[in-house]
Design a protein around this ligand. Sequence first.
Ligand code: ZN
Length: 296
Amino acid sequence: MADRAVAAFPEAGALLVRAAETTDLVEEARRRHGTSPTATAALGRALTGALLLGTLLKGDASVLLQWRGDGPLGAVVAEGRPDLTARGYVARPEADVPPRGGKIDVGAAVGRSGDLVVVKDLGLKEPYVSTVPIQTGEIGDDLAYYLTVSEQIPSAVGLGVFITPEYRVGAAGGILVQALPGAPDEVVERVAENLEALGGVTEGIRAGRGIEGVLERVLAGLAYRVQPLGTPRFRCRCSPGRLDATLAALGPDEARRLLDEEGVIRARCAFCGTEWVRRDLDGPWERAGPPGGGAS
Ligand code: ZN
């Protein structure tokens, strides 16, 4: 099924529910960054989490999630926006760890100690920055902890990425459930139990019913309606204008030295892997080709 994001509204009210299938989005991230299977799973979960949090914002706001764990992946970074775009990267995309109990060990790859830093840019003078300790490094647990403790909204987050034997993304998606003030205890408990029993988001997606299948299981026993939000996409905002700032930071002497010695100034966007080049100081930035060489 194609990627899609939805909001669900239980008739009992007082629950905020967002869910998304992000298979294509995460596969594009994998292709752009050349991530190992474990890195794909970690980045895919982070991208899906950022996307879901982005749906709670408005306008040109954004939410940036940065895991700074002590695992081999180094930083895991993802940004989500209300227009259902997300972008992100891991510091060491080639790093991989062996599976544990037949499952991809994202916690070990991210690291079980360190910080999750959340930067919310709501278009005000200063962004909101919150830091919480990493709980398990499994991404979803860490986000739920951040939302519950730092934003003080009891939240459950399920995020999953299924990797095929060919190391592609077979399925990816997530669900976010938040208890709003006045949520009846039995409703919150039922949803928490359902999410626990679900085992994994991608099983629901792969069962063939896409994100609807996940909602059916997590909201089992509740009447609800579903509102489509649109199609999630991996999209970056790097542009020549932003690269000029990088060049200015480099300084004219260093820029000239690079041009003299190498004939070109190269810049690579960390978020999307796009390579940019500039052949003289007054000339334009040019894309040096799509990341991943266009091959998958
Ligand atoms: Zn970019």
